[in-house]
Each structure stands twice: as structure tokens, then as C-alpha cells.
Design a protein around this ligand. Structure first.
Ligand SMILES: Nc1ncnc2c1ncn2[C@@H]1O[C@H](COP(=O)(O)OP(=O)(O)OP(=O)(O)O)[C@@H](O)[C@H]1O
Ligand SMILES: [Mg+2]
Length: 310
């Protein structure tokens, strides 16, 4: 979290100022913009683990050195209605810990997408509050707040650009090639990229027409990895793929989830059995939560949904 805020502070002010702001916002800083003396001063004065010296104009290197801080998410008695009439979410209290993978399940219209819409600030709660790392999400600048999320869903948008341009998502000049290659590896995209005539420099055509569905999805995962955001939102990311490709995509997702807070919206329950926690929504309320095993044992709504899908 907060990566962007720290960096903009660093770009506009001295390293010491950036350190101060970072500290105020509870960031974990392992690198900072400034001179050697400034870096040492920050370590001493603010008690950071380490500070690395970067030239003030080398913001990208500084961004890479700023460790992505995890994100604890907290929904505090949140209710929401799109039309001030029928509530779409009712009294949601939910805590998602840094690094946890939580799956949202429930029949159509139960409120899964709405919950994510509130978290990503496309709508605001009618009642209650959402906090990340104990700070009200409304207290952050919207653009920098959203930069903490990566989405992988069925509507992958690709650009008429090269493979590396798509992975870097318009930041190609700023993103080191190492990061792009790493993202291609982790996302299992490398095997198809290597077979393309111009490899990373291959053009993928308007909206990636030259790629298959599974390749598109892996490329979008590569993009999410390169972006290195603290929170991942996956919306039924592996549907519409044949089973071999689904395995590749699933393994890419598993690798990507490491250390990040992940929310998966799932329709096919077979894909989320390994989630740390499954939240079952019904008509806007949480009616059950637990691991797959626990919920099967409880013989409630989840067990029923699971039975229907066998
Ligand atoms: N933009 C909107 N305006 C008004 N009502 C909406 C809007 N979006 C969703 N709703 C209503 O809010 C409720 C929750 O919808 P939501 O999209 O969150 O469900 P969902 O669990 O994501 O369903 P699905 O599995 O079909 O994607 C539903 O009753 C839906 O009709
Ligand atoms: Mg939905």
C-alpha cells in the first residue's frame, strides 16, 4: 500500500521529507530518494530497516526499491444500496488479513461484485466504513488508491502494442526489462512469447487479436505481476479455458498471490477450494464463512451450492 504516495513525496521533496511522510503513513521503506547522507539520516531518524541512495531523478529505481506494503482490509458494518431502496449489501463486517486469499461466493445478485465495487471506490457505502491498514479508504487520493489494485478478469483489455508494451501497461520506458521478463516467467507467458517471431517485441494487434484466450489471460496476469500491487482482484479468471491452459493460468495465479491480499469472485467452486477463507453471500449478507472443509462439514449454503455443481 501507499507506494505511490511515498514516491510522489520523494519526487517533490527531499529524501528526508519523503521518509517522514512514509513513516506517518505507516509504510515500510527499504529505499528512498536522496543522497547518501540523506539516506543515512532517514535510517537513523526514522528507524527504517535500510535506505538506499537513489538519484532524485531516478524515480523508477526508487519505486522498485520501495517494498510493497501489505494490505489489511476491514469492512466495518457496511451497507449499500444502488438506488436508496433495496439494499445490495447488508451489515457487512469483514476483516481480510494481509496476504490472505478470500473467495466470495453466492448466487447471482448476492452482492459479490458490489462488495468489490465498494472496496475499489466505484461506489461509497451508504452506511459503515471501509479501512485499509486502519485508515479510511476515502482518506487516500483516488488515483494512488486505485494503483494498489490489480484486476484479472474475463474482459482483459490489451493494446495494439508489443508484448512488452502490454506487460508494462504503458510504462515501458520506465519499467526495467528484467521486471517484464520476470512477469512473463511467473505468469507462464514466457513459453508462448519465446515462440513468437519477435519475442517480446512482437506486435499483438488490435486488442490482442493474434493471441488465444489463455494467452491473453496470462498476459494480463503478467501485467498484474509487473505492476506489483498489494491487492489482487480475480473475477472468475480461469473460465472459458481448456483444462491444460486453465492449469497454466491457475498456476500463474497461485504464484502471483504470494504475499498479496487476494479477493476471488468465483462461480465455479472447484477453482477456490484452496482459498484461505470462503465468504458466502446471500441477498447482500454474509451467511457463512470458513475453509472449504469447514463449510462442507457445516452442511449449509456452501455445501448445497457445491453439491449442485458436482
Ligand atoms: N448498477 C446497479 N444499479 C442498481 N442495482 C444494481 C446495480 N448493480 C447491481 N445491482 C443490484 O445489486 C444486487 C447485487 O448485485 P451484484 O452485481 O453485486 O451481484 P453478484 O453477486 O456480483 O452477481 P453475479 O454473480 O450475477 O455477478 C443485485 O440485486 C443487483 O440487481
Ligand atoms: Mg458479479
Amino acid at each position: 500500500m501507499y507506494k505511490r504516495q511515498v514516491v510522489s513525496a520523494a519526487a517533490g521533496a527531499t529524501g528526508s521529507m519523503a521518509g517522514q511522510i512514509a513513516k506517518l503513513r505507516g509504510c515500510k521503506v527499504i529505499g528512498i530518494v536522496g543522497s547518501d547522507e540523506k539516506a543515512q539520516l532517514i535510517v537513523d531518524e526514522f528507524g527504517f530497516d535500510a535506505a538506499i541512495n537513489y538519484k532524485t531523478d531516478d524515480i523508477t529505481a526508487a519505486v522498485a526499491a520501495l517494498a510493497p506494503e501489505g494490505a489489511d482490509i476491514y469492512f466495518d458494518n457496511v451497507s449499500f444500496s444502488y438506488d436508496n431502496n433495496k439494499p445490495s449489501l447488508k451489515n457487512i463486517t469483514l476483516s481480510i488479513k494481509q496476504g490472505e486469499t478470500v473467495a466470495l461466493v453466492g448466487s447471482t445478485g448476492s452482492g459479490k461484485t458490489t462488495l468489490v465495487n465498494l472496496l475499489t471506490r466505484f461506489y461509497s457505502p451508504t452506511e459503515g466504513k471501509i479501512a485499509i491498514n486502519n485508515e479510511d479508504i476515502n482518506s487516500f487520493d483516488l488515483e494512488s488508491y486505485r494503483s494498489n489494485f490489480s484486476f484479472v478478469d474475463q474482459n482483459v483489455r490489451l493494446f495494439n502494442d508489443t508484448i512488452s508494451g502490454n506487460i508494462a501497461f504503458g510504462q515501458k520506458d520506465k519499467m526495467p526489462m528484467d521486471s517484464i521478463i520476470n512477469a512473463a516467467n511467473v505468469s507462464n507467458s514466457i513459453e508462448f512469447i519465446e515462440k513468437l517471431d519477435n519475442k517480446f517485441d512482437s506486435d499483438i494487434g488490435e486488442d490482442g487479436v493474434t493471441l488465444s484466450g489463455g494467452q491473453r489471460q496470462r498476459l494480463s496476469i503478467a501485467r498484474a505481476i509487473a505492476k506489483d500491487s498489494a491487492i489482487l482482484i480475480l473475477d472468475e479468471a480461469t473460465s472459458a479455458l481448456d483444462s491444460a491452459t486453465e492449469k497454466l493460468v491457475q498456476s500463474a495465479i497461485t504464484k502471483m498471490q504470494k504475499g498479496r491480499t487476494t479477493i476471488i469472485i468465483a462461480h465455479r467452486l472447484s477453482t477456490i477450494q484452496n482459498a484461505d477463507r470462503i465468504i458466502v453471500l446471500k441477498e447482500g449478507a454474509i451467511i457463512e464463512q470458513g475453509s472449504h472443509k469447514e463449510l462442507i462439514k457445516a452442511s449449509g449454503e456452501y455445501a448445497k451450492l457445491n453439491q449442485q455443481q458436482l
